[in-house]
Design a protein around this ligand. Structure first.
Ligand code: GLA
Length: 392
Protein backbone atom coordinates (compact mmCIF):
# COMPACT_ATOMS: atom_id res chain seq x y z
CA UNK A 1 0.00 0.00 0.00
CA UNK A 2 1.19 3.52 -0.66
CA UNK A 3 3.15 5.16 2.07
CA UNK A 4 3.31 8.98 2.33
CA UNK A 5 6.05 8.78 4.97
CA UNK A 6 8.28 6.88 2.57
CA UNK A 7 7.42 9.35 -0.23
CA UNK A 8 8.41 12.29 1.99
CA UNK A 9 11.73 10.63 2.89
CA UNK A 10 12.42 9.86 -0.76
CA UNK A 11 11.73 13.39 -1.96
CA UNK A 12 13.66 14.97 0.94
CA UNK A 13 16.76 12.89 0.39
CA UNK A 14 16.72 13.39 -3.39
CA UNK A 15 15.83 17.08 -3.57
CA UNK A 16 16.71 18.41 -0.08
CA UNK A 17 13.31 20.07 0.08
CA UNK A 18 10.15 19.36 2.04
CA UNK A 19 7.46 18.10 -0.36
CA UNK A 20 3.72 18.61 -0.33
CA UNK A 21 2.26 15.19 -1.09
CA UNK A 22 -0.76 14.40 -3.28
CA UNK A 23 -2.57 11.13 -3.86
CA UNK A 24 -4.62 10.16 -6.92
CA UNK A 25 -6.16 6.69 -7.15
CA UNK A 26 -6.57 4.22 -9.98
CA UNK A 27 -10.05 2.95 -10.71
CA UNK A 28 -12.15 -0.06 -11.46
CA UNK A 29 -15.23 0.26 -13.63
CA UNK A 30 -18.23 -1.69 -12.34
CA UNK A 31 -20.18 -1.24 -15.57
CA UNK A 32 -20.40 1.09 -18.61
CA UNK A 33 -17.60 0.24 -21.04
CA UNK A 34 -16.72 2.32 -24.12
CA UNK A 35 -19.73 4.49 -23.39
CA UNK A 36 -17.85 7.55 -22.11
CA UNK A 37 -16.79 8.88 -25.51
CA UNK A 38 -20.33 8.20 -26.77
CA UNK A 39 -21.48 10.77 -24.18
CA UNK A 40 -23.14 7.95 -22.21
CA UNK A 41 -22.96 6.59 -18.66
CA UNK A 42 -20.23 4.83 -16.68
CA UNK A 43 -20.13 3.59 -13.09
CA UNK A 44 -16.56 3.33 -11.78
CA UNK A 45 -15.11 3.41 -8.27
CA UNK A 46 -11.70 4.69 -7.20
CA UNK A 47 -9.53 1.95 -5.63
CA UNK A 48 -6.89 1.66 -2.91
CA UNK A 49 -4.03 1.65 -5.41
CA UNK A 50 -2.77 5.12 -6.24
CA UNK A 51 -0.03 7.40 -7.53
CA UNK A 52 1.66 9.64 -4.98
CA UNK A 53 3.24 12.89 -6.11
CA UNK A 54 5.68 14.81 -3.90
CA UNK A 55 6.32 18.35 -5.07
CA UNK A 56 8.53 21.27 -4.04
CA UNK A 57 9.50 24.51 -5.80
CA UNK A 58 12.99 25.05 -7.24
CA UNK A 59 14.87 28.31 -7.69
CA UNK A 60 16.91 27.26 -10.75
CA UNK A 61 14.08 27.27 -13.32
CA UNK A 62 14.31 23.50 -13.89
CA UNK A 63 11.51 20.96 -13.93
CA UNK A 64 12.93 17.76 -12.49
CA UNK A 65 10.75 14.67 -12.68
CA UNK A 66 11.68 11.52 -10.80
CA UNK A 67 9.77 8.26 -11.21
CA UNK A 68 10.66 5.98 -8.34
CA UNK A 69 9.03 2.98 -10.08
CA UNK A 70 11.49 3.31 -12.96
CA UNK A 71 14.42 4.66 -10.84
CA UNK A 72 14.75 7.40 -13.40
CA UNK A 73 15.04 11.18 -13.39
CA UNK A 74 14.45 13.65 -16.23
CA UNK A 75 15.37 17.34 -16.19
CA UNK A 76 13.90 20.11 -18.38
CA UNK A 77 13.90 23.91 -18.54
CA UNK A 78 10.61 25.18 -17.18
CA UNK A 79 10.65 27.87 -19.86
CA UNK A 80 11.25 25.37 -22.67
CA UNK A 81 9.29 22.20 -21.92
CA UNK A 82 8.88 19.51 -24.61
CA UNK A 83 5.91 20.07 -26.92
CA UNK A 84 5.71 16.46 -28.04
CA UNK A 85 5.55 13.02 -26.48
CA UNK A 86 8.52 10.66 -26.62
CA UNK A 87 6.85 7.37 -25.62
CA UNK A 88 8.34 7.58 -22.15
CA UNK A 89 6.74 7.68 -18.68
CA UNK A 90 7.53 11.40 -18.50
CA UNK A 91 4.94 12.00 -21.28
CA UNK A 92 2.16 11.85 -18.66
CA UNK A 93 3.44 14.56 -16.29
CA UNK A 94 4.80 16.58 -19.23
CA UNK A 95 1.42 16.35 -20.97
CA UNK A 96 -0.25 17.82 -17.90
CA UNK A 97 2.30 20.65 -17.77
CA UNK A 98 1.78 21.33 -21.49
CA UNK A 99 -2.00 21.54 -21.11
CA UNK A 100 -1.69 23.78 -18.03
CA UNK A 101 0.75 26.02 -19.90
CA UNK A 102 -1.74 26.19 -22.78
CA UNK A 103 -4.33 27.40 -20.27
CA UNK A 104 -2.05 30.29 -19.39
CA UNK A 105 -0.55 28.78 -16.23
CA UNK A 106 3.13 29.77 -15.98
CA UNK A 107 5.07 26.62 -15.08
CA UNK A 108 7.79 27.45 -12.54
CA UNK A 109 10.85 25.43 -11.54
CA UNK A 110 9.77 22.38 -9.55
CA UNK A 111 10.85 18.96 -8.35
CA UNK A 112 8.28 16.21 -8.68
CA UNK A 113 8.67 12.70 -7.27
CA UNK A 114 6.19 10.12 -8.54
CA UNK A 115 5.58 6.71 -7.07
CA UNK A 116 2.63 4.44 -7.60
CA UNK A 117 1.23 1.02 -6.86
CA UNK A 118 -1.51 0.90 -9.52
CA UNK A 119 -0.49 -2.15 -11.57
CA UNK A 120 0.72 -0.92 -14.98
CA UNK A 121 -1.00 -1.90 -18.26
CA UNK A 122 -3.78 -3.65 -16.33
CA UNK A 123 -6.78 -1.52 -17.21
CA UNK A 124 -6.80 0.09 -13.74
CA UNK A 125 -5.90 3.58 -14.99
CA UNK A 126 -2.37 4.00 -13.76
CA UNK A 127 -1.90 6.73 -16.40
CA UNK A 128 -4.91 8.72 -15.26
CA UNK A 129 -3.68 8.50 -11.67
CA UNK A 130 -0.27 9.89 -12.68
CA UNK A 131 -1.93 12.72 -14.61
CA UNK A 132 -4.35 13.65 -11.83
CA UNK A 133 -1.66 13.44 -9.11
CA UNK A 134 0.61 15.69 -11.20
CA UNK A 135 -2.13 18.19 -12.03
CA UNK A 136 -3.26 18.47 -8.42
CA UNK A 137 0.32 18.79 -7.16
CA UNK A 138 1.30 21.51 -9.63
CA UNK A 139 -1.91 23.55 -9.37
CA UNK A 140 -1.86 23.35 -5.57
CA UNK A 141 1.75 24.53 -5.47
CA UNK A 142 0.72 27.50 -7.62
CA UNK A 143 -2.35 28.22 -5.52
CA UNK A 144 -4.64 27.57 -8.54
CA UNK A 145 -7.83 25.75 -7.56
CA UNK A 146 -9.77 23.77 -10.14
CA UNK A 147 -12.89 21.73 -9.49
CA UNK A 148 -12.59 17.97 -9.87
CA UNK A 149 -14.38 18.12 -13.22
CA UNK A 150 -12.07 20.77 -14.64
CA UNK A 151 -9.00 18.92 -13.36
CA UNK A 152 -10.27 15.71 -14.99
CA UNK A 153 -10.85 17.44 -18.35
CA UNK A 154 -7.36 18.95 -18.29
CA UNK A 155 -5.87 15.53 -17.61
CA UNK A 156 -7.95 13.90 -20.35
CA UNK A 157 -6.65 16.54 -22.74
CA UNK A 158 -3.08 15.76 -21.66
CA UNK A 159 -3.70 12.16 -22.68
CA UNK A 160 -5.56 13.00 -25.92
CA UNK A 161 -3.46 15.89 -27.14
CA UNK A 162 0.02 15.17 -25.75
CA UNK A 163 0.32 11.43 -25.08
CA UNK A 164 -1.80 10.68 -28.15
CA UNK A 165 -4.26 8.18 -26.62
CA UNK A 166 -7.84 8.82 -27.65
CA UNK A 167 -9.46 7.97 -24.29
CA UNK A 168 -12.71 9.31 -22.85
CA UNK A 169 -13.23 11.13 -19.54
CA UNK A 170 -14.03 8.23 -17.19
CA UNK A 171 -10.61 7.42 -15.73
CA UNK A 172 -9.48 10.95 -14.98
CA UNK A 173 -12.90 11.87 -13.64
CA UNK A 174 -13.14 9.06 -11.11
CA UNK A 175 -9.52 9.55 -10.03
CA UNK A 176 -10.31 13.19 -9.26
CA UNK A 177 -13.81 12.70 -7.82
CA UNK A 178 -14.04 9.22 -6.29
CA UNK A 179 -15.69 8.85 -2.90
CA UNK A 180 -14.84 6.38 -0.14
CA UNK A 181 -17.14 3.33 -0.19
CA UNK A 182 -19.09 4.59 -3.21
CA UNK A 183 -19.42 3.89 -6.90
CA UNK A 184 -20.06 6.94 -9.06
CA UNK A 185 -22.63 7.03 -11.86
CA UNK A 186 -21.27 9.61 -14.29
CA UNK A 187 -23.18 11.18 -17.13
CA UNK A 188 -20.34 11.76 -19.57
CA UNK A 189 -22.40 14.33 -21.48
CA UNK A 190 -22.51 17.01 -18.81
CA UNK A 191 -20.31 15.42 -16.11
CA UNK A 192 -23.13 15.40 -13.58
CA UNK A 193 -22.90 12.41 -11.25
CA UNK A 194 -24.63 10.47 -8.55
CA UNK A 195 -22.87 8.51 -5.79
CA UNK A 196 -24.13 5.02 -5.01
CA UNK A 197 -22.95 3.47 -1.73
CA UNK A 198 -21.30 0.08 -1.97
CA UNK A 199 -22.67 -1.91 0.98
CA UNK A 200 -20.04 -2.78 3.61
CA UNK A 201 -20.57 -6.51 3.10
CA UNK A 202 -19.51 -6.26 -0.56
CA UNK A 203 -15.83 -6.46 -1.57
CA UNK A 204 -14.34 -5.46 -4.92
CA UNK A 205 -12.18 -8.38 -5.96
CA UNK A 206 -9.99 -7.43 -8.91
CA UNK A 207 -8.46 -10.30 -10.86
CA UNK A 208 -5.58 -9.43 -13.15
CA UNK A 209 -5.41 -11.78 -16.16
CA UNK A 210 -1.80 -10.59 -16.62
CA UNK A 211 -2.58 -10.00 -20.30
CA UNK A 212 -1.29 -6.48 -20.98
CA UNK A 213 -3.80 -3.78 -21.81
CA UNK A 214 -3.21 -0.35 -23.38
CA UNK A 215 -5.54 2.42 -24.59
CA UNK A 216 -2.77 3.65 -26.85
CA UNK A 217 -3.14 0.42 -28.84
CA UNK A 218 -4.86 0.11 -32.21
CA UNK A 219 -7.83 -1.95 -30.97
CA UNK A 220 -9.14 0.76 -28.65
CA UNK A 221 -8.87 3.30 -31.45
CA UNK A 222 -10.54 1.08 -34.05
CA UNK A 223 -13.45 0.28 -31.70
CA UNK A 224 -13.94 3.97 -31.10
CA UNK A 225 -13.96 4.62 -34.85
CA UNK A 226 -16.64 1.94 -35.36
CA UNK A 227 -18.78 3.46 -32.61
CA UNK A 228 -18.44 6.84 -34.31
CA UNK A 229 -19.28 5.34 -37.70
CA UNK A 230 -22.55 3.95 -36.31
CA UNK A 231 -23.44 7.31 -34.73
CA UNK A 232 -22.75 9.10 -38.03
CA UNK A 233 -25.04 6.76 -40.00
CA UNK A 234 -27.91 7.13 -37.54
CA UNK A 235 -27.28 10.87 -37.44
CA UNK A 236 -27.88 11.09 -41.21
CA UNK A 237 -31.48 10.03 -40.55
CA UNK A 238 -31.95 11.61 -37.15
CA UNK A 239 -29.70 14.68 -37.00
CA UNK A 240 -30.30 15.06 -33.28
CA UNK A 241 -28.21 11.90 -32.80
CA UNK A 242 -24.59 12.98 -32.66
CA UNK A 243 -23.47 10.30 -30.23
CA UNK A 244 -24.74 6.77 -29.54
CA UNK A 245 -26.00 8.05 -26.20
CA UNK A 246 -29.01 9.35 -28.13
CA UNK A 247 -29.54 6.30 -30.35
CA UNK A 248 -31.86 3.37 -29.71
CA UNK A 249 -31.83 -0.30 -30.69
CA UNK A 250 -34.74 0.55 -33.04
CA UNK A 251 -32.51 3.05 -34.86
CA UNK A 252 -29.97 0.29 -35.25
CA UNK A 253 -32.56 -2.14 -36.59
CA UNK A 254 -33.68 0.44 -39.17
CA UNK A 255 -30.36 1.77 -40.40
CA UNK A 256 -27.86 -0.91 -39.41
CA UNK A 257 -27.76 -2.15 -43.02
CA UNK A 258 -26.04 1.11 -43.99
CA UNK A 259 -23.14 0.39 -41.61
CA UNK A 260 -20.30 -2.09 -41.64
CA UNK A 261 -21.28 -5.31 -39.79
CA UNK A 262 -18.72 -4.52 -37.10
CA UNK A 263 -20.19 -1.05 -36.51
CA UNK A 264 -23.60 -2.65 -35.96
CA UNK A 265 -22.22 -4.98 -33.30
CA UNK A 266 -20.22 -2.25 -31.55
CA UNK A 267 -23.26 0.03 -31.53
CA UNK A 268 -25.47 -2.74 -30.13
CA UNK A 269 -23.04 -3.03 -27.24
CA UNK A 270 -22.81 0.72 -26.56
CA UNK A 271 -26.56 1.38 -26.79
CA UNK A 272 -27.49 -1.56 -24.56
CA UNK A 273 -24.60 -0.86 -22.17
CA UNK A 274 -25.90 2.64 -21.54
CA UNK A 275 -29.28 1.26 -20.50
CA UNK A 276 -27.63 -1.41 -18.34
CA UNK A 277 -25.40 1.12 -16.60
CA UNK A 278 -28.29 3.33 -15.53
CA UNK A 279 -30.22 0.24 -14.40
CA UNK A 280 -27.18 -1.03 -12.49
CA UNK A 281 -26.85 2.24 -10.57
CA UNK A 282 -30.51 2.03 -9.72
CA UNK A 283 -30.12 -1.57 -8.54
CA UNK A 284 -27.13 -0.63 -6.38
CA UNK A 285 -29.00 2.31 -4.87
CA UNK A 286 -31.95 0.03 -4.08
CA UNK A 287 -29.69 -2.69 -2.67
CA UNK A 288 -30.83 -5.16 -5.35
CA UNK A 289 -27.48 -6.93 -5.70
CA UNK A 290 -28.78 -9.92 -7.63
CA UNK A 291 -30.05 -7.58 -10.34
CA UNK A 292 -26.72 -5.77 -10.35
CA UNK A 293 -24.97 -9.13 -10.78
CA UNK A 294 -27.23 -10.10 -13.69
CA UNK A 295 -26.54 -6.78 -15.41
CA UNK A 296 -22.80 -7.28 -14.98
CA UNK A 297 -23.08 -10.74 -16.55
CA UNK A 298 -25.01 -9.32 -19.52
CA UNK A 299 -22.49 -6.51 -19.81
CA UNK A 300 -19.64 -9.01 -20.03
CA UNK A 301 -21.42 -11.03 -22.71
CA UNK A 302 -22.08 -7.90 -24.73
CA UNK A 303 -18.49 -6.66 -24.28
CA UNK A 304 -17.09 -10.01 -25.31
CA UNK A 305 -19.47 -10.99 -28.15
CA UNK A 306 -20.67 -7.70 -29.64
CA UNK A 307 -17.83 -5.35 -28.81
CA UNK A 308 -15.26 -8.16 -29.16
CA UNK A 309 -13.02 -6.44 -26.65
CA UNK A 310 -12.42 -9.40 -24.36
CA UNK A 311 -9.81 -12.13 -24.74
CA UNK A 312 -9.68 -15.86 -24.00
CA UNK A 313 -8.08 -15.25 -20.62
CA UNK A 314 -10.62 -12.63 -19.46
CA UNK A 315 -13.52 -14.82 -20.60
CA UNK A 316 -11.98 -17.69 -18.63
CA UNK A 317 -11.55 -15.52 -15.53
CA UNK A 318 -15.23 -14.53 -15.67
CA UNK A 319 -16.45 -18.09 -16.36
CA UNK A 320 -14.34 -19.60 -13.59
CA UNK A 321 -15.80 -17.17 -11.04
CA UNK A 322 -19.42 -18.11 -11.70
CA UNK A 323 -19.94 -20.90 -9.19
CA UNK A 324 -17.55 -19.66 -6.51
CA UNK A 325 -19.03 -18.83 -3.11
CA UNK A 326 -20.03 -15.21 -2.57
CA UNK A 327 -20.03 -14.03 -6.21
CA UNK A 328 -22.52 -11.24 -6.97
CA UNK A 329 -21.29 -10.29 -10.45
CA UNK A 330 -18.18 -10.54 -12.62
CA UNK A 331 -17.03 -8.89 -15.82
CA UNK A 332 -13.99 -7.61 -17.69
CA UNK A 333 -13.33 -4.01 -16.60
CA UNK A 334 -11.65 -1.12 -18.44
CA UNK A 335 -10.64 -0.57 -22.05
CA UNK A 336 -10.51 -4.27 -22.94
CA UNK A 337 -8.18 -6.72 -24.73
CA UNK A 338 -6.69 -7.91 -21.44
CA UNK A 339 -6.32 -6.35 -18.04
CA UNK A 340 -8.54 -7.19 -15.08
CA UNK A 341 -11.95 -8.54 -14.22
CA UNK A 342 -14.03 -6.98 -11.47
CA UNK A 343 -15.84 -9.35 -9.15
CA UNK A 344 -18.36 -8.09 -6.63
CA UNK A 345 -18.13 -10.61 -3.82
CA UNK A 346 -19.72 -11.02 -0.39
CA UNK A 347 -16.93 -9.77 1.87
CA UNK A 348 -16.99 -12.83 4.16
CA UNK A 349 -16.15 -15.02 1.14
CA UNK A 350 -13.66 -12.65 -0.51
CA UNK A 351 -10.45 -14.32 0.68
CA UNK A 352 -11.60 -17.83 -0.20
CA UNK A 353 -13.04 -16.59 -3.49
CA UNK A 354 -9.75 -14.96 -4.48
CA UNK A 355 -7.66 -17.96 -3.61
CA UNK A 356 -9.90 -20.38 -5.46
CA UNK A 357 -10.26 -18.15 -8.53
CA UNK A 358 -6.50 -17.68 -8.70
CA UNK A 359 -5.91 -21.43 -8.49
CA UNK A 360 -8.54 -22.27 -11.12
CA UNK A 361 -7.22 -19.62 -13.51
CA UNK A 362 -3.63 -20.82 -13.11
CA UNK A 363 -4.67 -24.40 -13.84
CA UNK A 364 -6.75 -23.44 -16.87
CA UNK A 365 -4.41 -20.94 -18.52
CA UNK A 366 -0.98 -21.67 -17.08
CA UNK A 367 -0.74 -18.00 -16.02
CA UNK A 368 -0.45 -17.00 -12.36
CA UNK A 369 -2.90 -14.11 -11.90
CA UNK A 370 -2.82 -11.29 -9.37
CA UNK A 371 -5.87 -11.11 -7.07
CA UNK A 372 -6.60 -7.90 -5.18
CA UNK A 373 -9.31 -7.44 -2.57
CA UNK A 374 -10.12 -3.73 -2.74
CA UNK A 375 -12.59 -1.25 -1.46
CA UNK A 376 -13.85 1.96 -3.04
CA UNK A 377 -11.58 4.78 -1.94
CA UNK A 378 -11.65 8.57 -2.03
CA UNK A 379 -10.51 10.53 -5.04
CA UNK A 380 -7.48 12.77 -5.40
CA UNK A 381 -6.45 14.83 -2.38
CA UNK A 382 -3.51 16.30 -0.57
CA UNK A 383 -2.06 13.90 1.96
CA UNK A 384 -3.21 14.90 5.41
CA UNK A 385 -6.04 17.06 4.07
CA UNK A 386 -9.74 16.33 4.14
CA UNK A 387 -10.39 18.60 1.18
CA UNK A 388 -10.83 17.09 -2.28
CA UNK A 389 -11.02 19.08 -5.49
CA UNK A 390 -14.72 18.24 -5.30
CA UNK A 391 -17.37 17.87 -7.98
CA UNK A 392 -18.92 20.58 -10.05
C1 GLA B 1 -10.23 3.24 -21.10
C2 GLA B 1 -10.42 4.71 -21.44
C3 GLA B 1 -11.76 5.22 -20.91
C4 GLA B 1 -12.91 4.32 -21.37
C5 GLA B 1 -12.58 2.86 -21.12
C6 GLA B 1 -13.60 1.93 -21.70
O1 GLA B 1 -10.13 3.06 -19.73
O2 GLA B 1 -9.38 5.47 -20.87
O3 GLA B 1 -11.96 6.55 -21.30
O4 GLA B 1 -13.22 4.55 -22.71
O5 GLA B 1 -11.32 2.48 -21.62
O6 GLA B 1 -14.79 2.02 -21.01
Amino acid sequence: MHDPVAMRALHLSRFKAEPAIFVAPGRVNLIGEHTDYAEGFVMPAAIDFATLAGISPRADGKVVLHAENFSEERTFDAADLPKEASKHWSDYPLGVLAVLAGEGVRIPGLSLTLWGDVPLSSGLSSSASVEVATALAVTSMLGVRYTGSVLARLCQRAENEFVGANCGIMDQFISANGAEDHALLLDCRDLSFKLAPIPPHVALVIANTMVKHSVAGGEYTSRRAQVEEAAAVIGRHRPEVRFLRDATLEDLARWGSEMSPNAVKRARHVISENTRTVAAADALLKGDLSKLGRLMAEAHRSYSQDFEASCVEADAMVALAQDLPGLIGARLTGGGFGGCTINLVEREHAAEFSEELGARYATETGIVPQLMICHASRGAHQEGSLVQPGGG
